[in-house]
Design a binder for this molecule. Sequence first.
Ligand code: SF4
Length: 205
Amino acid sequence: MTIVYQIGHSLYLNITNRCPNQCGFCVRYKTDSIQGYDLTLAAEPSVKEILEAIGNPARFREIVFCGYGEPLVRLAEVIAVSKFLKGKNIPVRVNTNGQGNLIHQRNIIPEIAPYISTISVSLNAENEDVYNQICQPSFGPGTYQKVKEFILACKPYIANIIVTAVAVPQVNIKTIQQIVEQELGVRFKLRHNDDIVQENSYGHK
Ligand code: SF4
């Protein structure tokens, strides 16, 4: 069971396998391990276990909540660990599907923003139909719009916002990029399927 794994100079945290989406490209449906790390969790790690697994955070340029699942499912743990890391001046990135406010039924952004430097949100589609087709959100109709609202709601609080899409045949990357840059006014990052397997554990990055 792997709670942390290193890629380059970053340390990735794998704190849950739960996620309200079922994206067709998600690595959790393809393999149990990335670069030899088994990311299937027998039990979700406590804050103490996560901090012990991190060890000395000063060894890394950045610490990234990622994993096989949606880290904001475990909001209290994300806040506690990020707060500790912020106290050590270690940059923290949260890779998310942008459904944190749906999961918790409130605006959680002010709660996490003081402790994180970057948020990376996977939008993945140019409209709701395509999103539903490729991400199969358990929150159902309206989820795509809620993800866009989450991204906009981050803007007053978080300086670095990256919105991503995976290059799969069902999506129009050019249109997604326009939505991200012109409508939402944040940075777009294209991800390739191979990146997910080789650089990271799944579709958020
Ligand atoms: S790619 Fe991310 S959002 Fe999609 S199912 Fe996997 S963990 Fe969830």
